[in-house]
Write a protein that binds this ligand. Structure first.
Ligand SMILES: NC(=O)c1ccc[n+]([C@@H]2O[C@H](COP(=O)([O-])OP(=O)(O)OC[C@H]3O[C@@H](n4cnc5c(N)ncnc54)[C@H](O)[C@@H]3O)[C@@H](O)[C@H]2O)c1
Length: 347
C-alpha cells in the first residue's frame, strides 16, 4: 500500500543567506517596509501575538526562540509567512552571531510552505529599515548626527541603510566599536566614544542596539530635538518614556502584551497608558503616567501629525513586527523566482 498519495512530489525553494543578500540588492528595503507599515496602519495585516520560548544554554547563557507569524493583504491577495529567530547571549564569546533564524513563506491557496530563507540578515535589515523610516518621519530634516550604542549585527545593518552624516559609536567591548568604525571608515565620518554618555550627548539620532535588560540612558543626556530609536527596547530609563514629547510604537498590542521589555513593564506598573489613555485592565494609573502617543503606521497614513516642535524629544520603540519580515520575504521571493536563485528542495 502506498501511503500519503495526497502529497505529490512538490518542491520548496530554499534561499541561503548569500542568495537572500543578492536578492536584497535588487530591493528598496525601506520602501517595502514603509509600504508594509502603511498596510498595518490601515488594517490590512494579520499580526498574531508572537510565541516566546526562553531557556539557559549548557554554559548558562540566556537563549530564546521567537515564532512570529503574520499576513499582509493587498486587495484579494494575501502574503503569509512565519519567522523564527533564535538567539543566545553566549554566542559572541564563541565567535558566533547572537541570532540566527528562518523565514517560511506560505502558499495562500493551499496553505503549504512555499519558500524558506535565512532570516537573520533580513531581520537585521528590516529593523534598520524601520529606523530609516522613523528617522525620515520623526528625525530632524537632512542627514543625521547619529550615536549608535552597541556595535554588533544590528549596528552594521543600521550603518548600511541610514543616511547619517557622522556617527559616534560606543560598545561595552571597545574592540567591537573599533572594528565597526574601521569597517565603515571609508564611507562615513565615524568616531568611537569612550563612554555611553559622551556618545549620546549632542546627537540628533540615538540608536540603541545593545543586549541590555536594564535601563541606563537618562533623559538628561538627550539634546533637545533628539530622536531615540530604541531598537533594543530596554536601554532608556523610565524618565525618557515619561519625559519624551512623543512616544511612538510600531504596534501597541505587541508592546503591551510583552511583560519583559520596558514599555510592557511600565504598562503593567501603571506608569504607562494605552494610546486611548486607559491603564491596563485591573491596574491603577500612577501619578505622572503618560500614554503611548501613536504608531508608525498612523504617522504614515496621516492619522497622527507627528512631531510638534523641532526641539521635541521623540522616543520610537519598535517592538519588531513579523509582517515587515514577511513583506520583505515576499519581495525576496519575487526576485528569487525571477533569477531562479537558491536551491529547489523536494518536500
Ligand atoms: N526591536 C526590534 O525590532 C529588534 C529586531 C532585532 C533585534 N533587536 C535587538 O537589537 C539588539 C542588538 O542585536 P544584535 O543582533 O546587534 O546583537 P549583537 O550581540 O550582535 O550586538 C550587541 C552589542 O551590544 C553590546 N552591548 C551590550 N550591552 C551594552 C551596553 N550596556 N552598552 C554598550 N554596548 C553594549 C555588545 O557588546 C554587542 O557588541 C538585541 O537586543 C536585539 O534583541 C531588536
Amino acid at each position: 500500500m502506498t501511503l500519503f498519495t495526497e502529497y505529490p512530489d512538490t518542491e520548496l525553494r530554499y534561499l541561503p543567506r548569500a542568495a537572500v543578500i543578492e536578492c536584497c540588492a535588487e530591493i528598496d528595503l525601506p520602501a517595502v517596509v514603509e509600504d508594509a507599515l502603511v498596510r498595518h496602519g490601515s488594517g490590512q495585516t494579520i499580526l498574531p501575538e508572537e510565541a516566546y520560548l526562553g531557556w539557559r544554554t549548557s554554559s548558562g547563557a540566556a537563549a530564546r526562540a521567537l515564532a512570529m507569524p503574520g499576513a499582509l493583504r493587498d486587495g484579494d491577495t494575501l502574503t503569509l509567512g512565519l519567522k523564527t529567530i533564535n538567539a543566545s547571549l553566549g554566542n559572541p564569546a564563541l565567535g558566533l552571531a547572537r541570532s540566527q533564524g528562518l523565514l517560511m513563506m506560505f502558499d495562500p491557496d493551499i496553505a503549504w510552505p512555499r519558500t524558506i530563507m535565512e532570516s537573520a540578515y533580513l531581520s537585521a535589515m528590516r529593523t534598520a529599515a524601520v529606523t530609516a523610516v522613523s528617522a525620515r518621519l520623526l528625525g530632524r530634516p537632512g542627514p543625521s548626527r547619529a550615536a549608535v550604542i552597541g556595535c554588533g549585527t544590528l549596528a552594521k545593518a543600521h550603518l548600511a541603510l541610514l543616511p547619517v552624516e557622522n556617527v559616534v559609536l560606543y560598545d561595552l567591548d571597545p574592540a567591537r566599536a573599533r572594528a565597526l568604525a574601521d569597517t565603515v571608515a571609508d564611507d562615513l565620518d565615524v568616531s568611537v566614544a569612550g563612554d555611553a554618555e559622551s556618545c549620546v550627548r549632542d546627537r540628533d539620532l540615538v540608536i540603541t542596539v545593545t543586549t541590555v535588560t536594564e535601563g541606563w540612558l537618562p533623559m538628561s543626556w538627550l539634546a533637545p530635538g533628539t530622536l531615540v530609536a530604541h531598537v533594543s527596547l530596554d536601554d532608556v530609563l523610565p524618565d525618557v518614556v515619561t519625559g519624551a514629547d512623543l512616544v511612538v510604537v510600531d504596534d501597541w498590542d505587541l508592546v503591551s502584551q510583552d511583560p519583559r521589555r520596558l514599555l510592557g513593564r511600565m504598562y503593567r506598573s501603571g506608569d504607562l497608558l494605552a494610546p486611548d489613555r486607559s491603564p491596563r485592565p485591573g491596574v491603577t494609573a500612577r501619578e505622572g503616567a503618560r500614554p503611548v502617543d501613536t504608531t508608525l503606521g498612523a504617522l504614515l497614513t496621516g492619522a497622527h501629525p507627528g512631531r510638534a516642535h523641532p526641539d521635541d524629544v521623540v522616543l520610537s520603540n519598535p517592538f519588531g513586527m513579523s509582517v515587515l519580515d514577511i513583506a520583505l520575504g515576499r519581495a525576496v521571493e519575487d526576485v528569487a523566482l525571477r533569477n531562479d536563485a537558491g536551491l529547489r528542495l523536494p518536500m
